[in-house]
Design a protein around this ligand. Structure first.
Ligand SMILES: [Zn+2]
Length: 147
Protein backbone atom coordinates (compact mmCIF):
# COMPACT_ATOMS: atom_id res chain seq x y z
CA UNK A 1 0.00 0.00 0.00
CA UNK A 2 1.44 3.37 -0.96
CA UNK A 3 0.69 6.69 0.66
CA UNK A 4 -1.76 7.31 -2.14
CA UNK A 5 -4.18 4.56 -1.18
CA UNK A 6 -7.30 5.26 0.84
CA UNK A 7 -6.58 4.28 4.46
CA UNK A 8 -10.12 2.94 4.81
CA UNK A 9 -10.88 1.00 1.62
CA UNK A 10 -7.40 0.62 0.08
CA UNK A 11 -8.33 2.03 -3.35
CA UNK A 12 -5.63 4.06 -5.04
CA UNK A 13 -6.10 7.80 -5.30
CA UNK A 14 -5.49 7.55 -9.06
CA UNK A 15 -8.31 4.99 -9.50
CA UNK A 16 -10.64 7.08 -7.35
CA UNK A 17 -9.90 10.22 -9.38
CA UNK A 18 -10.37 8.36 -12.67
CA UNK A 19 -13.71 6.95 -11.48
CA UNK A 20 -14.86 10.41 -10.47
CA UNK A 21 -13.86 11.84 -13.85
CA UNK A 22 -15.81 9.05 -15.55
CA UNK A 23 -18.82 9.95 -13.36
CA UNK A 24 -18.84 6.45 -11.91
CA UNK A 25 -17.22 7.13 -8.54
CA UNK A 26 -15.70 4.40 -6.42
CA UNK A 27 -17.37 4.62 -3.02
CA UNK A 28 -15.39 4.19 0.17
CA UNK A 29 -16.66 0.97 1.64
CA UNK A 30 -16.60 -2.78 1.46
CA UNK A 31 -19.04 -5.40 0.27
CA UNK A 32 -19.32 -8.93 1.57
CA UNK A 33 -19.31 -12.17 -0.39
CA UNK A 34 -22.94 -11.60 -1.42
CA UNK A 35 -22.39 -8.01 -2.57
CA UNK A 36 -24.08 -6.51 0.50
CA UNK A 37 -22.52 -3.34 1.93
CA UNK A 38 -20.47 -4.19 5.02
CA UNK A 39 -19.46 -0.62 5.81
CA UNK A 40 -19.35 2.71 4.02
CA UNK A 41 -17.66 6.05 4.68
CA UNK A 42 -18.74 9.44 3.41
CA UNK A 43 -15.27 10.20 2.00
CA UNK A 44 -12.03 8.45 1.16
CA UNK A 45 -9.24 9.22 3.61
CA UNK A 46 -5.57 9.59 2.68
CA UNK A 47 -4.06 10.69 5.98
CA UNK A 48 -4.40 9.69 9.62
CA UNK A 49 -6.77 11.56 11.93
CA UNK A 50 -5.08 14.37 13.81
CA UNK A 51 -5.30 14.38 17.61
CA UNK A 52 -7.58 17.42 17.35
CA UNK A 53 -9.96 15.61 14.93
CA UNK A 54 -10.14 12.59 17.24
CA UNK A 55 -10.73 14.65 20.38
CA UNK A 56 -13.10 17.27 18.95
CA UNK A 57 -14.71 15.33 16.09
CA UNK A 58 -14.86 11.81 17.47
CA UNK A 59 -15.04 12.83 21.15
CA UNK A 60 -12.13 10.53 22.06
CA UNK A 61 -10.79 11.20 25.55
CA UNK A 62 -7.44 13.02 25.13
CA UNK A 63 -5.60 10.52 27.39
CA UNK A 64 -6.85 7.65 25.20
CA UNK A 65 -5.54 9.16 21.94
CA UNK A 66 -1.94 8.78 23.10
CA UNK A 67 -2.62 5.29 24.49
CA UNK A 68 -4.08 4.04 21.18
CA UNK A 69 -1.29 5.57 19.13
CA UNK A 70 1.44 4.12 21.38
CA UNK A 71 -0.09 0.62 21.30
CA UNK A 72 -0.71 0.68 17.53
CA UNK A 73 2.74 2.11 16.74
CA UNK A 74 4.36 -0.51 18.99
CA UNK A 75 2.41 -3.31 17.27
CA UNK A 76 3.33 -1.91 13.87
CA UNK A 77 7.04 -1.78 14.73
CA UNK A 78 6.93 -5.32 16.15
CA UNK A 79 5.12 -6.65 13.09
CA UNK A 80 7.55 -5.02 10.65
CA UNK A 81 10.57 -6.27 12.62
CA UNK A 82 9.22 -9.84 12.93
CA UNK A 83 8.23 -10.07 9.28
CA UNK A 84 11.65 -8.71 8.30
CA UNK A 85 13.38 -11.28 10.53
CA UNK A 86 11.38 -14.06 8.83
CA UNK A 87 12.40 -12.91 5.36
CA UNK A 88 8.89 -11.60 4.60
CA UNK A 89 7.70 -15.23 4.69
CA UNK A 90 4.18 -14.28 5.84
CA UNK A 91 3.49 -12.17 2.74
CA UNK A 92 5.83 -14.04 0.38
CA UNK A 93 5.82 -17.70 1.48
CA UNK A 94 8.57 -19.93 0.04
CA UNK A 95 6.02 -22.63 -1.02
CA UNK A 96 8.34 -25.64 -0.71
CA UNK A 97 5.76 -27.97 0.84
CA UNK A 98 2.58 -25.89 0.71
CA UNK A 99 1.29 -24.44 -2.55
CA UNK A 100 -1.54 -22.58 -0.79
CA UNK A 101 -1.82 -18.88 -1.59
CA UNK A 102 -0.66 -16.22 0.85
CA UNK A 103 -4.08 -15.49 2.37
CA UNK A 104 -4.79 -19.19 2.89
CA UNK A 105 -1.43 -19.67 4.62
CA UNK A 106 -2.11 -16.68 6.87
CA UNK A 107 -5.55 -18.08 7.75
CA UNK A 108 -3.88 -21.36 8.77
CA UNK A 109 -1.44 -19.46 11.01
CA UNK A 110 -4.37 -17.54 12.57
CA UNK A 111 -6.29 -20.78 13.20
CA UNK A 112 -3.15 -22.25 14.78
CA UNK A 113 -2.81 -19.27 17.16
CA UNK A 114 -6.53 -19.43 18.03
CA UNK A 115 -6.17 -23.15 18.67
CA UNK A 116 -3.26 -22.54 21.06
CA UNK A 117 -5.32 -19.88 22.88
CA UNK A 118 -8.26 -22.25 23.20
CA UNK A 119 -6.09 -25.07 24.55
CA UNK A 120 -4.16 -22.74 26.85
CA UNK A 121 -1.01 -23.97 25.12
CA UNK A 122 0.75 -20.67 24.57
CA UNK A 123 3.63 -20.68 27.05
CA UNK A 124 6.31 -18.17 26.20
CA UNK A 125 4.30 -16.63 23.38
CA UNK A 126 2.46 -13.35 23.11
CA UNK A 127 -0.45 -14.91 21.22
CA UNK A 128 -2.52 -11.70 21.22
CA UNK A 129 0.28 -9.71 19.56
CA UNK A 130 0.91 -12.55 17.11
CA UNK A 131 -2.80 -12.74 16.27
CA UNK A 132 -3.09 -9.00 15.68
CA UNK A 133 0.03 -9.20 13.51
CA UNK A 134 -1.37 -12.04 11.37
CA UNK A 135 -4.73 -10.25 11.04
CA UNK A 136 -2.94 -7.10 9.83
CA UNK A 137 -0.89 -9.19 7.38
CA UNK A 138 -4.14 -10.79 6.17
CA UNK A 139 -5.55 -7.32 5.46
CA UNK A 140 -2.38 -6.45 3.52
CA UNK A 141 -2.50 -9.76 1.61
CA UNK A 142 -6.20 -9.25 0.78
CA UNK A 143 -5.34 -5.89 -0.74
CA UNK A 144 -2.48 -7.40 -2.73
CA UNK A 145 -4.53 -10.25 -4.19
CA UNK A 146 -8.26 -9.46 -4.02
CA UNK A 147 -10.38 -12.60 -3.67
ZN1 LIG B 1 -11.79 4.81 0.58
Amino acid sequence: MSERDCLQCGESQAAIRASQSARDPIFCGAVDYFGECEWEQERHRFRDWSDKELIEGWKVQPEHVDKYRRIMNGLGDTLIAKNQACGDSALNPVRIFSAADTTEQLKVRIDDKLSRLKRGNNAGEDVITDLIGYLVLLKIANRQEPE
